[in-house]
Write a protein that binds this ligand. Structure first.
Ligand code: GUN
Length: 278
């Protein structure tokens, strides 16, 4: 079994990106908007700011109270859309329940949509002409390529159908000529299906859900989960200790998909800057 070291790959990419940014006449700038006080979101946002700084990307985090109205948030997005000093706008999810997430994500100018969550960008990806792309699945593809994993003709099973991970992941694997199955919480005989996967991507948000008997010997296992186990310790959707001897390659949590996600977000911000500055 080989561990797919997302942390090491992310650091290598970040060093390259820092060099690239140091040569840019206009520094990429990312506005991160955090509404409310979800503790996990606060950690994610802090990590994004830290990596941005390391690369030389200017970032600012706007922390808004839980009571912020949808109208107030939309007004801010309109303001940043029109301000050429911001190349990327990111609204951290989840949003408080009284705010319509779809309306907010669609208010972001698709050119500044570094998360790739606007329907314009999702549609481009689906049509095979990607523009801004979601960071988590993009980071997974980058990692699979860095480890020379053949995707063409392989059966890839994606467990999870979210707009953030599952759906765009399926589209990206399809674009790499994998045969893709998307499974989810209502899928019948899930273990039979996951056992047929050459590449298994798990993004369902349930701690240690995937066990050894759900994995084909020699499969590549990608764990998108960020969960807590029974002792409150950070773990993934895959039971790493159980699955590691069955899989040929596996991502750890932490140190697998997470660092790659942030790195790809920065890459999207650099791309957005280049396209807007021209
Ligand atoms: N919440 C969980 N993952 C993400 C992500 O990739 N982007 C944003 N904006 N919010 C998230």
């Amino acid at each position: 079994m080989t561990i797919l070291d997302g942390k090491a790959l992310a650091q290598k990419m970040q060093a390259q990106m820092a060099k690239e940014v140091s040569q840019m006449a206009v520094k990429p700038a990312l506005m991160v908007i955090l509404v409310g006080d979800d503790p996990a979101s606060a950690v994610y946002v802090r990590n994004k700011a830290r990596v941005a700084e390391k690369i030389g990307i200017h970032s600012e985090t706007l922390r808004l109270p839980e009571t912020t109205t949808e109208a107030e948030l939309l007004e801010l997005i309109t303001k940043y859309n029109a301000d050429p000093s911001w190349h990327g706008i990111l609204v951290q999810l989840p949003l408080p329940k009284h705010i319509d997430e779809g309306r907010v994500l669609h208010a972001i100018d698709p050119k500044k949509d570094v998360d790739g969550f606007h329907s314009y960008n999702m549609g481009r990806l689906m049509a095979g002409h990607p523009a801004m792309v979601p960071s988590t699945p993009a980071g997974i593809i980058e990692m699979l390529k860095a480890y020379d994993i053949t995707l063409s003709g392989k059966h890839a099973v994606v467990v999870g159908r979210s707009n953030i991970v599952g759906k765009p992941m399926a589209m990206m694997l399809l674009a790499e000529n994998a045969t893709v199955t998307v499974a989810h919480s209502k899928t019948a005989d899930l273990a039979d299906l996951t056992r047929s996967a050459d590449i298994l991507v798990v993004a369902i948000g349930r701690a240690k859900f995937v066990t050894a008997e759900m994995v084909k010997p020699g499969a590549v296992v990608i764990d998108v989960g960020m969960d807590r186990d029974e002792n409150g310790k950070l773990c993934g959707d895959v039971d790493f200790e159980d699955v590691k001897d069955v899989a040929s390659l596996i991502t750890p949590v932490p140190g697998g998909v997470g660092p790659m996600t942030i790195t790809m977000l920065m890459q999207q911000t650099i791309k957005a800057c280049r396209e807007q500055v021209g």
